[in-house]
Design a protein around this ligand. Structure first.
Ligand code: ADP
Ligand code: MG
Length: 486
């Protein structure tokens, strides 16, 4: 990175350092070590079985599908998949942890190394992964402030998690959010996590520290359970400002775990941070080492879909899309499929990406819909874009057509254009007549243009468009006007 760019990233003379730990709940039918269901939202304490509660006499049995999901992530991120990995007990006391320990992986995780690459603005960033390990989720404390009591719901206990840990490679809150969005895109794309952040399926912990450039790493504070991208950015920005203020005031930063309060926009220490030693990790005697054969990895590899970054690169190569557009239309497999269908049917890939990023996305966002629920199919959008490309309708008129399609007033593009009288005027004789009229009625403006006021030209174009009720072809109006003004 150039020195100038590096300097521009400093906040009040400090360099920001961020590392992420993300808990992705794996989209399996059953728990990681039992057959109890993982479904969200059931009546409290109806989905945890004796194994999840570690009742005496029960033994955990590894869920093969959870391991396959971990392998998929490792393959997607270019990680090493360990042939042997080990489950360990992480011991701590908390009311929502029924066993008094969490089964996790410590010294030897199943997924090692790898990286996540993404665009930040037009700059390519790469964040290295340390590891991704399998573990079980805990239950949940439900605080009932009205009755002044707390209940425990153990339904979530034993839900499979993949904890994905990065190196401290990120240098701004914007980069951290871009990383989290890319990781979210990947885990949902390869189908290992439903990505529902409100339900806690994808929870990020941000480790944040600051330092003077060139100094050793500063002491970090860990912001827990960020479950929206908006709060993530706010929390990290607040934390950065707070740490710099502390240091500037002469206070040392204490390593701590903090929570973000969206109501105040502030982070607040919840406990001083435990070290690994506090957890008294040891290999779980109930579980043998996890063995992942090469042939299993190959089998999973053969079933992997094309990944979003690869696909974006292919769209650049095959359709000549700008990288920005290619990234935008590969937000989800459904969006990418929609793009490809419409691009092939219309032969207008750049127009398709423009409409997907603009008119279509805006309507989907307004209605909080996913592309899969769009009321206009890729084929129908393609039919409309073809009519823009062949000059039948103007871009503006096409927006009226998509309004009608979206509202369900039929799906036949040509019929809608006909019924609404939106056909562009392509008869040059008729256009010339309008131009003559407009020039005659606006002689002073014509004079201004001839006297060198270029702005008068655009005003005349506008008047001709208006006189044609928006049906004239703007390019044609330009040409005819220029010719007549000479
Ligand atoms: P733990 O599991 O105890 O939280 P790790 O040492 O595994 O601890 O680190 C957790 C995360 O913190 C990693 O993502 C790592 O990159 C990040 N991290 C470590 N040191 C720093 C630091 N000084 N500043 C910011 N992030 C850090
Ligand atoms: Mg941590």
């Amino acid at each position: 990175m150039s020195e100038k760019k590096q300097a521009s990233l400093l906040v009040q003379g400090y360099e920001v350092v961020i590392g992420f730990e993300t808990h992705a709940q794996l989209a399996t039918q059953s728990k990681i070590f039992s057959r109890a269901p993982t479904a969200f939202g059931a009546e409290p304490n109806t989905q945890a079985c004796a194994v999840d509660l570690a009742l005496p006499g029960t033994l955990p049995v590894m869920n093969r599908e959870a391991v396959a999901h971990a392998i998929r992530l490792g393959l997607a991120l270019g990680s090493h998949i360990a042939e042997h990995s080990v489950f360990a007990r992480k011991n701590y006391f908390y009311p929502d942890l029924p066993k008094g320990y969490q089964i996790s992986q410590f010294e030897i995780p199943v997924v090692q190394g790898g990286a996540v690459s993404f665009l930040l603005g037009d700059e390519k960033k790469t964040v290295r992964l340390v590891r991704a390990h399998l573990e079980e989720d805990a239950g949940k404390s439900l605080h009932d402030e009205f009755h002044g009591m707390t209940g425990i719901d153990l339904n979530r206990a034993g839900t499979p998690l993949l904890e994905i840990v990065t190196e401290p490679d990120m240098r701004s809150s914007a980069e951290a959010v871009a990383y989290a969005k890319e990781l979210h895109k990947i885990v949902t794309w390869i189908g290992i996590c439903d990505g529902n952040m409100q339900e806690g399926s994808f929870r990020c912990d941000a480790n944040v520290s600051v330092r003077k450039p060139g100094a050793p790493l500063g002491t970090r504070r860990e912001i827990k359970n960020l479950n929206s991208f908006k709060f993530m950015q706010q929390a990290i920005d607040f934390e950065i400002r707070w740490q710099i203020e502390q240091i500037e005031d002469g206070h040392a930063i204490q390593q701590a775990t903090v929570l973000f309060d969206p109501d105040t926009g502030e982070t607040r220490a919840m406990r001083t941070k435990e070290d690994a030693a506090d957890y008294r990790y040891f290999p779980d005697p109930d579980l043998p080492p996890l063995v992942v054969s090469r042939s299993w990895v190959d089998e999973v590899k053969a079933a992997m879909p094309e990944l979003p970054r690869q696909m974006a690169e292919r769209l650049v190569a095959d359709y000549g899309l700008p990288e920005y557009d290619a990234t935008a239309v590969t937000q989800s497999p459904a969006m990418a499929a929609y793009f490809e269908t419409a691009a092939q049917a219309s032969g207008q890939p750049k127009m398709v990406s423009n409409w997907l990023m603009g008119e279509v996305s805006r309507r989907l966002n307004n209605e909080e819909k996913d592309i899969a629920q769009a009321p206009v199919s890729a084929e129908t959008l393609a039919a409309l874009l073809k009519r823009i490309a062949d000059g039948t309708v103007s871009n503006n008129a096409a927006k009226q057509v998509i309004d009608a399609l979206w509202a369900g007033e039929g799906q036949d593009v040509d019929a809608i254009i006909e019924a609404k009288g939106l056909k562009q005027m392509n008869d040059s004789g008729a256009l010339e007549a309008i131009v003559d009229e407009v020039m005659a009625a606006n002689a002073p403006m014509v004079e201004q243009f001839r006297a060198g006021k270029d702005k008068a030209f655009n005003a005349l174009v506008g008047l001709v468009m208006k006189a044609s009720k928006g049906k004239a072809n703007p390019q044609q109006v330009n040409d005819v006007l220029k010719q007549k003004l000479q």
